[in-house]
Design a protein around this ligand. Structure first.
Ligand code: G3I
Length: 378
């Protein structure tokens, strides 16, 4: 086929695809016309990310891949770069899937955030009951040097340490704190800086917009800076609940972290619409509950009133992010669409949640349009 015919054929396909998308959109939520793109809309403001799982970028799901590459310019692998996946046995690393993930992201101009070097959870099996100080230190140093060294500059940034704080702002009683003492976070950043001088270094946690936990995160940032070690930013995860997004605390937190000269990111954004049996604003994955129909109220679809409330929460958030665009460098959703969010299985397995901007058919929801509109309303 000559180039002209190929181009014509591609145009027809493109036209058909756009028509289909418009059809889906207008049938789902009464919106007309093809959807806009998040990454284009906010290109002068901040990166827009998502957190693909291994399957999504593996080449078997064309529609999800199209959604991801058309809407997002940053990716955080949801699970692939956790120590459990990267170092399944002591000293034996498995890099293949991550190498492919990074190559795919680079081909599609998506920045990669490496999640995560040091986290007390999702540790390799051999670390589960490890308390011996020398062995913990060996794992700690070896893992950071090997992983951060291999992907220096290939990842734009690292979540160097993840979720090191309790809700009251004290340090979590993790294997790393017990074996290595209070300075382990500074040490992790120092090792990451040495191994990965070309990548940015972040501290990442949930609920750090809440005043007490925020104070703990501010102490961590200051301690790293006072030690003369580099920290480039703080990730506020942003696992929130419908109607209870803590807007004031979020604004105060952006200001407080920015005042220390570090970037602020929203790194795992989603808004659960389901009752939280565990209570509170938490992403503590050790807290789970049993299933009951009462706790899964929307198995067959989201009522319009809830859909609109979700759209309102997202609109308010993006208005705030835009106000602070000089400080906010990235907004990453924890998932691409409602069909694959972790919130369908946590804290209760097999529920039907609706926390993201795209639905189970990959169609943009009213929240998507309200987020896009925050930009044209400026
Ligand atoms: O891969 C295994 C599979 O082989 C097995 O059959 C299945 C049975 O349960 O489990 C699968 O592993 C699951 C893994 O996700 C991959 O799907 C784990 O059980 C499950 O616990 C794990 O959950 C992840 C969780 O972190 C714990 O690592 C979620 O997908 C992921 O969204 C979530 O992400 C965390 C961030 O890393 C840190 N912040 C909080 C956030 C939400 O908890």
């Amino acid at each position: 086929m000559n180039t002209k015919n190929l181009f014509k054929r591609q145009s027809i396909y493109h036209g058909l695809a756009t028509l289909c998308l418009a059809f889906v959109i207008s049938n789902s939520y009464g919106q007309e016309g093809p959807a806009a793109s998040l990454k284009e809309t906010f290109k002068d403001d901040f990166l827009i990310g998502t957190a693909p799982n291994g399957r999504q970028l593996s080449g078997n799901n064309e529609a999800e891949q199209q959604l991801i590459i058309s809407q997002f310019n940053a990716v955080t692998p949801e699970n692939l770069m956790k120590s459990q996946s990267l170092q399944p046995e002591w000293g034996r690393y498995e890099f293949d899937q991550v190498d492919r993930f990074i190559a795919y992201a680079s081909e599609h101009n998506m920045k990669v955030n490496g999640h995560t070097l040091i986290w007390h959870s999702q540790l390799p099996r051999f670390m589960r009951h490890m308390e011996d100080i020398d062995s913990v230190r060996q794992f700690f140093e070896g893992h950071i040097k090997t992983v951060a060294g291999r992907y220096d500059g290939k990842v734009d940034s690292w979540d160097v340490v993840n979720e090191a704080l309790n809700e009251d702002g004290t340090l979590r009683n993790s294997v790393f704190l017990r074996a290595l003492g209070d300075d382990y976070i500074v040490e992790a950043f120092k090792l990451a800086q040495e191994a990965s001088p070309q990548s940015k270094l972040y501290y990442n946690d949930y609920n750090i917009e809440q005043p007490k936990k925020r104070a703990g995160a501010l102490r961590i940032v200051k301690k790293i800076q006072e030690a003369g070690v580099r920290i480039d930013g703080v990730g506020i995860q942003g696992h929130w609940h419908l109607g209870r997004v803590p807007m004031e605390y979020i604004e105060q937190s952006i200001q407080a972290f920015a005042a220390l000269g570090v970037d602020v990111m929203f790194t795992e954004l989603d808004i659960s619409v389901l009752p939280n049996a565990a209570g509170g604003n938490t992403a503590e994955i050790s807290q789970t509950s049993g299933y009951s129909e009462r706790l899964n109220p929307y198995p067959d679809g989201l009522p319009d009133s809830v859909q609109q409330a979700l759209a309102q929460d997202y609109e308010d958030l993006f208005r705030l992010f835009l106000t602070y665009r000089d400080n906010v460098s990235r907004v990453t959703f924890w998932g691409a669409h409602d069909g694959q969010t972790w919130l369908n299985n946590w804290p209760i397995r097999r529920r039907t949640n609706y926390p993201l901007l795209f639905d189970r058919n990959l169609a943009p929801k009213p929240a998507f349009y309200r987020v896009i509109a925050t930009k044209s309303d400026e």
